[in-house]
Design a protein around this ligand. Structure first.
Ligand SMILES: [Zn+2]
Length: 382
């Protein structure tokens, strides 16, 4: 009301004379005080009559490169293998990559349960054992653990977001993503021909104050440990800079920068990263919401980097979850819920209607190409 024009003031003054019945044309003077509905009680139902297409099966076979279902670490839900295969067959998901396979006997168990009976449907990645970070032979121990995991059947290395945000050595300092103790591990992955799927930092809003300006306020209230705001944490930019230095230092290793290199809010940044480093590709797990709210920019990104983007979800595999992603990629539907709405924020998404040639690469060709670089251990001299 600060910028009331003379005309408006005049109208307000004359208003009673211009009013017929109940309808008035000025805002209620006490409106701000009356807006007391709690955010948790606000669930507006859209009145949009927008077209809605169901995509039962993906147009091309899919490799979901970001799964945790039935994993070794207990991040994902437990679903019986037969049931999983049924969901996959119904939705045209050809393969799943279970990222959190751990190592040793725990890894073996996942391989035995999933890969042994269904070698064409599941792939399992191994992980780094951070509990050994203070061992003077940490690097060699991890290289040996990696070789053992690959000999057992692991086909990639997964790094969780604890690197850069939580993993500390005995000095009490965070282990940087480009810490030289890790170099032999990245180099070994390059020799083995296995990709490193690495999650570094998190959404930009997780590094912002948790207040009424935070677009992920409700999500952070539900998951307070996901807030990395404050002096205890390095900035998002500095952690990503360390990651990108590490990528550049290992040109012979292939990296999957998970969650759209964890900056889908800033596709200019991700584009510059992909332009600069040919050994890096991305997948979009749990970032449908981020990409779906910028459909024109995202479509341009998918077309330009069609050889560098893979399909990943990070969600419990359900038919409707996959169908929601297919709708986003394949149709031009407008203003619909991303999977998990409103968990990440109160906005809707728009379909990208990607061309077939791009869809096929994103759905499976890019992942197949990357996984086909597997060389394994040199036959015998370990
Ligand atoms: Zn994940």
């Amino acid at each position: 009301m600060k910028s009331l024009s003379v005309v408006t003031v005049t109208l307000l003054f004359l208003a009673p004379a211009l009013t017929f019945g109940q309808i008035t044309y000025q805002t209620a003077p006490n409106a701000e005080q009356k807006k007391t509905l709690l955010l948790r009680d606000f669930h507006p139902r859209t009145m949009m009559h927008a077209s809605a297409h169901t995509v039962e099966r993906a147009k091309f076979p899919v490799i979901d490169v970001h799964q945790h279902v039935d994993d070794a670490r207990g991040i994902g839900d437990r679903i019986a293998v037969a049931k999983l295969i049924e969901i996959m067959d119904r939705t045209n998901v050809q393969k799943m990559v279970i990222l959190t396979g751990m190592w040793g006997e725990k890894l073996q168990k996942v391989l035995d349960e999933l890969v042994k009976p269904h070698p064409d449907r599941f792939i399992v990645f191994t992980q780094i054992d951070w509990s050994k970070i203070d061992d003077p032979n940490f690097s060699q121990l991890m290289v040996a653990q990696l070789d053992d995991a690959v000999a057992r059947g692991a086909r990639g290395l997964k790094v969780l977001k604890d690197l850069g945000l939580e993993v500390r050595d005995k000095s009490g300092k965070l282990v940087a993503v480009d810490d030289p103790r890790l170099d032999p591990i990245w180099a070994e992955c390059g020799r083995l021909g296995i990709p490193v799927a690495i999650h570094v930092t998190d959404p930009e809003a997780f590094f912002q104050p948790l207040d009424g300006n935070n677009e992920r306020y409700e999500e952070l209230m539900e998951n307070p440990s996901w807030s990395f705001y404050g002096p205890k944490f390095p900035t998002k930019e500095s952690i990503l800079a360390a990651r990108d230095r590490m990528f550049a230092k290992h040109p012979n290793t292939k990296f999957i920068a998970l969650h759209v290199a964890n900056w889908p809010e800033n596709l200019d940044y991700v584009s510059a990263l992909l332009d600069r480093l040919p050994n890096v590709s991305v997948e979009f797990a749990a970032r449908e919401a981020e990409l779906g709210r910028q459909p024109r920019r995202a479509r341009e990104f998918f077309i330009k980097y069609q050889d560098r983007i893979m399909f990943g979800t990070d969600f419990t595999p359900e038919q409707e979850m996959y169908r929601n992603h297919f709708r986003w990629l394949e149709t031009a539907d407008e203003y619909f819920d991303y999977w998990g709405y409103p968990g990440q924020g109160r906005w809707k998404i728009y379909g990208m209607e990607l061309p077939d040639a791009v869809l096929e690469k994103v759905y499976h060709l890019n992942a197949e190409k990357l996984l086909a670089e597997f060389r394994g251990l040199p036959s015998k001299t370990r």
